[in-house]
Design a protein around this ligand. Structure first.
Ligand code: 3NM
Ligand code: MG
Length: 514
């Protein structure tokens, strides 16, 4: 089936229940939404009698048709036929696609709900015009949704469709609203296929101003998210990238960017001292309510899950939204991610709540981030390695490609990737593992660099990582360093020294990359 010319970018599904519609009038809300810019309307009404369904569909059609907006009926081909609208949407338990097609003919728009690769491939093979892929995020609008697939699940389905060469159109549904529409579109995109739009119910139907809600969403889905890297610049590869590092550190040290840390109680002081030593300007604030003001100052955000509570999580989510809104660089340090159920859930919630430019962690933490099940961690320290280097590379590259960000797995060998370029780095010193907060302060260091190098996030991350690890090597061999205790002040001194050298234009330190 060749794709019909339909703009799926902002797809409204109606809901007549009082919980969503409130006291508003359905037809007026749809009228406002169409004026606001929705591009498809699906009339979904699970309770009205058939005669009423037909009559309401006809009323809605009087609004959508002159606007060139297709009107589809949920489930009921008979109602679609009777009202003379453009098509139907069928769920997996509704009228089957082939029967719907036989009833409505080749020109009708027929969409199918797909929750898995199998459902998506079957519906595409059977000639669906578009798929409604979901449930992306849990939503009170529809209870008993089959499974929550997140952006990773949507991306997997898009990849499977591309591999099978189906050019079926796609929208995603479930928990989409103005705060996440751009990110969901961005993170769901597979290298071969992207979503054509988002479908929403409550974001418009439950709004007190449906026209404004639709206008805002229409604008969001048409524009590139503020945090996304511009696509125009060619990516640097190993040697050219490493050669740029001293300049990047110099830029940070001269600009003194703000680095907002929402970090744990153990490392507040150490991380702040590290930030000052490298030349950034730390603010240690765990208050989500002031995050928007801080985000406006143009710095970066570190969210560190080291000491977490439900209240801290809610502050983290507020801050993440604030930085995402202005495109401020964000770094997630999921400390102890696999250790407890609270932390595993915390990782899921926070990753569903916003976009991170970079996620760093040890092997267990990154495995939890990637969704690996059965990851067991003892406490929050790094623990013994279970993966071979090749497995780590595969995991890190795959997770970065899926999240469309940078993933850093620290360890004796650090593995870092943006999904396309993958590096292993062997710098650092064992003393970093003998003091508390070294991983957390690395997050602060990398985020500080990300604040001044926004185009190439991998470059920023590697610059911060190398500055940090090479400083640790320099400190460890100093004569005044006898062990972890004396290492700490020497390490801060060496970070400071690298900053000074970089400011003076001496980038020799960066040549020690291994
Ligand atoms: N279908 P909201 S989720 C109608 O997963 C519907 O197939 C879903 O509502 C699916 O935009 C859903 O308010 C409700 O989250 C989406
Ligand atoms: Mg249905």
């Amino acid at each position: 089936m060749s794709p019909k010319k339909v703009d799926y970018s902002l797809y409204l599904v109606t809901d007549s229940t009082p919980a969503i519609l409130g006291g508003k009038d359905l037809v007026s809300v749809v009228k406002a939404a169409v004026e606001g810019g929705v591009t498809v309307v699906q009339y979904r009404d699970k309770t009205s009698d058939t005669a009423e369904l037909v009559q309401i569909a006809q009323e809605l059609h009087k609004i959508t048709k002159p606007a060139g907006v297709p009107l589809l009926i949920n489930d009921r081909a008979d109602v679609a036929l009777a009202a003379g609208v453009e098509g139907v949407h069928v769920g997996q338990d509704d009228l089957d696609l082939k029967t719907a097609r036989r009833l409505l003919g080749p020109d009708a728009i027929i969409g199918v709900t797909a929750n898995s690769e199998e459902e998506a491939l079957e519906a595409s093979r059977d000639g669906a015009d578009y798929l409604g892929i979901g449930t992306v995020y849990a939503t009170p609008t529809k209870e008993n949704t089959k499974s929550i697939i997140g952006t990773a699940g949507v991306q997997q389905i898009l990849s499977a469709l591309a591999a099978a060469r189906y050019d079926v159109s796609t929208v995603c549904i479930g928990g989409i609203n103005a705060s996440n529409a751009q990110r969901v579109l961005y993170q769901s995109t597979s290298p071969q296929k992207k979503l054509d739009g988002v479908a929403v119910v409550s974001a418009i139907m439950a709004s007190s101003n449906p026209k404004q809600a639709a206008e805002k969403l229409a604008e969001l889905v048409q524009t590139h998210p503020p945090f996304a890297t511009s696509l125009s610049k060619p990516a640097l590869f190993r040697d050219t990238l490493i050669a740029k590092i001293p300049e990047v550190i110099k830029r940070m040290a001269s600009k003194k960017p703000l680095c907002h840390n929402m970090t744990n109680l153990v490392v507040q002081n150490f991380a702040a001292n590290v930030a000052i030593a490298i030349g950034s300007s730390p603010i240690m604030s765990n208050n989500g309510l002031e995050a928007a003001d801080l985000a406006a100052l143009g710095g970066s955000l570190v969210i560190n899950m080291g000491t977490t509570t439900p209240e801290i999580k809610s502050n983290h989510l507020k801050a993440l939204a604030a930085y995402n809104e202005v495109g401020g660089p964000t770094l997630f340090d999921p400390v102890g991610a696999g250790a407890t159920e609270q932390r595993r859930q915390g990782v899921k919630d926070i990753m569903a709540g916003g976009y991170f430019d970079l996620i760093k962690g040890n092997e267990g933490e990154i495995r939890t981030v990637s969704g690996a099940s059965g990851v067991k961690q003892h406490g929050v320290d790094s623990g013994a390695s279970q993966l071979s280097l090749q497995d780590k590379i595969t995991l890190v590259r795959g997770t970065a490609a899926r999240e469309r960000n940078v993933i850093l797995m620290t360890g004796q060998v650090d593995v870092i990737s943006d999904g396309e370029r993958t590096f292993t780095i062997r710098n650092g010193h064992a003393y970093l593992g003998e003091i508390t907060g070294s991983g957390c302060a690395l997050g602060t260091t990398i985020a500080s660099v990300m604040a001044v190098e926004r185009e190439d996030k991998l470059l920023a991350a590697i610059a911060g990582l190398l500055m940090y690890e090479i400083a640790s090597e320099r400190a460890a061999v100093r004569e005044d360093v006898k062990g972890p205790g004396t290492f700490i002040p020497a390490f801060i001194d060496e970070l400071y020294r690298i900053r000074q050298e970089s400011l003076e234009g001496n980038g020799d330190w960066a040549k020690n990359v291994q």
